[in-house]
Design a protein around this ligand. Structure first.
Ligand code: SF4
Length: 213
């Protein structure tokens, strides 16, 4: 997205979780530790520096390459906060993907901006319902065709199928609403008739008596 100049409004995994007080107020989380970019070190809640000790690359199953930087505290032994800080043996070590962090910062700024809030308010009602229908109800979880062209064709077919099923359902929705309207008018008719007979049955009864005489 960045290479193509597309604004990033993508919600990352912890976007909602990090808005929680418990997340924001937890000083031990790597995201909440103070980072000094010039010196390339983190500072823990006890004021100790976690210094840079190396880097490594990770390649995901899909072939995506990520670079992680490792930071480690020098001495955690005897620290009164250790119980709340970490459970590992030895000194605390954290790993940070700075590129991911940078993208998350951009996404967070965009998502909480006025434009971001407007997009977010539309998302649950416009695309989410359709994706839910395709992915969860119709169990379409994976593309069978490869490449952009293949994916475009496959998704096009899925969209056409979904639209046809919507069109097929439309008359039944209309029929349902007309059935509801018919039920309502029948109810009103019965109610009106009841009122009518409540007011008129004594008169009618007398009329019948008089007719009999
Ligand atoms: S346990 Fe180590 S890293 Fe955690 S607060 Fe104490 S000194 Fe800092």
């Amino acid at each position: 997205m960045e290479a193509r100049g597309i604004d990033n409004f993508v919600k990352f995994t912890y976007f909602h979780k990090e808005q929680n007080k418990s997340f924001k107020n937890n000083p031990f989380l790597p995201d909440n530790l103070f980072y000094n970019p010039e010196g390339n070190f983190y500072v823990c809640p006890m004021g100790q520096e976690l210094e840079f000790i190396g880097q490594y690359q990770r390649i995901s199953d899909r072939g995506d390459q990520s670079e992680f930087s490792l930071y480690q505290a020098k001495r955690c032994e005897g620290c009164p906060l250790r119980g709340s800080c970490h459970k590992a043996q030895g000194n605390r070590r954290i790993e940070v993907n700075h590129n991911l962090k940078r993208h998350k910062d951009i996404a967070r700024t965009n998502l909480t901006s006025e434009k971001g809030l407007m997009h977010r308010s539309k998302r649950p009602i416009e695309p989410e319902a359709v994706f839910g229908q395709i992915k969860s109800n119709r169990k379409f979880n994976r593309f069978r065709l490869k490449g952009l062209e293949g994916v475009a064709v496959e998704f096009g077919l899925i969209s056409i199928a979904l639209n046809i099923s919507k069109m097929a359902k439309k008359p039944s929705i209309e029929a349902k609403s007309s059935f509801k309207a018919a039920k309502l008018s029948l109810k009103n008719l019965i109610f009106d008739s009841t009122l009518y007979y409540r007011d008129w049955w004594p008169v009618m009864l007398n009329y019948n008596r008089f007719s009999a005489i």
